[in-house]
Design a protein around this ligand. Structure first.
Ligand code: AMP
Length: 251
């Protein structure tokens, strides 16, 4: 697996792969089977598979969440090697933010709702970093999970709005056997919280009102940011202690 760590290596990569189908999966690392499912799809549909690992400071609302975000680079590299990924993009802060965070992308509709309301700045920070990563890789295809549904909608919208020649492909959420969506943040749950967490996707799927789901979650010890129906999905964000979980299911 080749490592790309700065702009000049990325420009050389772009020159050497002209005319190829390039599949790209951006991640923040601490890779699990959910990430692997995106990578496997990207491998199947393209000539070259690129994955990035970058924990983007501008999409965290709390410094402590950024600091405690699980970083497992050696383990991640071993997984990517086993999946036969061709290139790993591992940019540093200076490569990603030569502007010292002064240039930001702004979307004024989807990014103000739900996640945007409860995590101000998060979706704008995400969009800005995704655009930078797409520019470093110039993929033909990029893969995003439905797990982060608003992110997927926003990336599709940005690509259309900015006329980027890239196909954005949404991939189904991979779940543990008990139904909890796989997420890097799950590793921070205690055993008791991990058991309790399964109530969240179970309730999202039930054929009852959003109000009843919310009341039920609160009764069972969750703090609820929102449960809402939009874009043909039922989406939710809840807290168990310090850990925030998001999920969504088709309506
Ligand atoms: P992250 O590392 O959390 O930024 O996630 C990187 C990509 O993997 C995003 O497009 C996520 O939506 C996707 N992803 C995360 N968890 C899952 C999952 N359980 N199933 C499918 N895709 C996922």
């Amino acid at each position: 697996m080749n490592i790309l760590s700065n702009t000049s290596e990325c420009w050389a990569f772009q020159q050497s792969t002209i005319g190829k189908k390039i599949g790209f999966v951006p991640t923040m690392g601490n890779l699990h089977a959910g990430h692997a499912s995106l990578i496997e799809r990207s491998k199947q549909e393209n000539d070259i598979a690129v994955v990035s690992i970058y924990v983007n400071p501008t999409q965290f609302n709390q410094q402590s969440d950024f600091q405690h975000y699980p970083r497992t680079l050696e383990q991640d590299k071993a997984l990517l090697e086993s999946l036969k990924v061709d290139y790993l993009l591992l940019p540093d802060e200076q490569t990603m933010y030569p502007d010292n965070y002064q240039v930001q992308l702004l979307e004024t509709e989807i990014s103000r709702e739900l996640e945007g309301e409860y995590r101000p700045g998060h979706l704008g920070g995400m969009l800005t970093v995704v655009l930078k990563l797409l520019n470093l890789v110039r993929p033909t295809h990029a893969y995003f999970g439905e797990k982060d549904y608003q992110q997927l909608l926003l990336v599709k919208k940005m690509v259309q709005a900015l006329l980027l020649p890239i196909q954005i492909i949404g991939c189904e959420t991979l779940r543990a056997e008990d139904g909890l969506a796989l997420s890097s943040r799950n590793s921070r749950l205690t055993d008791a919280q991990r058991k309790q967490a399964t109530i969240f996707p179970e309730l999202l799927r039930q054929n009852i009102s959003v109000k009843l789901i919310t009341e039920n979650l609160i009764r069972q010890g969750f703090k609820v940011d929102y449960i809402s129906e939009k874009w043909g999905r039922r989406l939710g964000a809840v807290w168990l202690g310090e850990i925030r979980l998001i999920d969504n299911v088709p309506v």
